[in-house]
Write a protein that binds this ligand. Structure first.
Ligand SMILES: [Zn+2]
Length: 189
């Protein structure tokens, strides 16, 4: 299902791929800021995950840069990360820990002959019944999951209760645009 459009200058698209290649075999991660659906700058983050080859956890200092952007009238438009070997499709854990529903999830896959960059919205919906067929997720003591045609279904245990939800994966078209004055300026900062 189609979930909108994000315009990304060619230079920033190239930076995403360059960061992914530099970080490989670990996952790279970072943020894209901008306004009105147009990305104006990229902020490289540090992947602080304990298993960085298959997971990412963006460092807090990079996340806090958002506050400065808000003050300048810009916003967090996307979080990007790389998949060193797997396809450019949100993993089960990408979907389970998608905490920024308004931001586009941009994934750069290095798993094929050429790098592939795609964008998604990860929409979380509560379920009224416990999904049958969920399996324990390796390395996650309180999470069960199963793939669906358009995402994943989850059971997450909390204290004395369970959360039942599904995460719908919606494709966001990434349109590569020519570099603008603004992106040029941000590179010089
Ligand atoms: Zn991922």
């Amino acid at each position: 299902m189609y979930a909108g459009l994000l315009r990304v200058p060619a230079g920033i698209m190239a930076e995403i791929v360059a960061h992914a290649q530099a970080a490989s075999p670990h996952e790279a991660c970072g943020l894209l800021r901008g306004r009105d659906g147009v990305v104006t700058a990229l902020a490289r983050g540090v992947n602080e995950a304990a298993q960085p080859a298959t997971r990412y956890q963006l460092d807090a200092a990079t996340l806090l840069q958002q506050l400065d952007w808000d003050a300048r009238g810009e916003a967090l438009l996307a979080l990007y990360h790389s998949h060193p070997t797997s396809p450019a499709w949100p993993s089960l854990l990408d979907a389970a820990w998608a905490y920024y529903p308004d931001a586009v999830t941009v994934i750069c896959s290095l798993g094929g002959l050429m790098p592939v960059v795609r964008g998604y919205r990860l929409a979380r919906h509560p379920l009224t019944a416990r999904p049958s067929g969920v399996q324990p997720v390796a390395g996650e003591s309180a999470l069960w999951a199963m793939p669906l045609a358009d995402g994943y279904a989850f059971v997450q245990r909390r204290a004395n209760a369970e959360d039942w939800f599904r995460v719908e994966v919606l494709e966001v078209q990434l349109e590569t645009i020519e570099a603008t004055w603004q992106t040029h300026a941000s590179v010089l900062e």
